[in-house]
Write a protein that binds this ligand. Structure first.
Ligand code: ZN
Length: 150
């Protein structure tokens, strides 16, 4: 079987082991599609010993922070995030779903005040596996499948 590889980067961030369904969502939530200044390589449905098929995103010249790692954790909890300097991994960021999620996720209840007025959404993470988010305003609980990112 032929193996496909995307080239190594000198400096930047590598997001690896993304479930293939989430790869393009990760690009979307990080707004990478709106960054014409960055060199981004994306591979999807690549072979992986650990999870079968996976997605990988390499971002040249940009180091993602903890906020970005938290966003990725919401949709691709098994992904890994490595910071690369001089072609070497210098930092592995833990992807951790935060206890509170503000302004990233839309409430799935159409009658929630956050969908009617311009109010930032707020959720408390009541369970991580399976993921459950409790809306601070309407008190409805969302599952991972209900999540729509703002
Ligand atoms: Zn709500």
């Amino acid at each position: 079987m032929k193996e496909y590889k995307i080239s190594a980067i000198n400096e930047g961030t590598v997001i690896d082991h993304i479930t293939p369904e989430a790869t393009f969502k990760v690009i979307e939530i990080l707004n990478l599609d709106k960054r014409p200044d960055l060199i981004i390589s994306v591979g999807n449905n690549m072979g992986s010993k650990h999870i079968g098929k996976k997605g990988i995103i390499k971002i040249s010249g940009s180091f993602l922070g903890t906020d970005d790692a938290n966003k990725i954790a919401l949709i691709a909890p098994n992904a890994t995030l490595n910071i690369i300097r001089n072609f070497k991994v210098t930092e592995k960021k833990q992807l951790k779903i935060p206890d509170k999620i503000e302004s990233i996720v839309k409430c799935f209840n159409p009658n929630c005040i956050t969908n009617v007025e311009r109010i930032a959404t707020k959720f408390t993470v009541t369970s991580r596996n399976p993921l459950k988010l409790l809306c601070a305003y309407c008190e409805r609980s969302m599952k991972r499948e209900d999540i729509v990112l703002l």
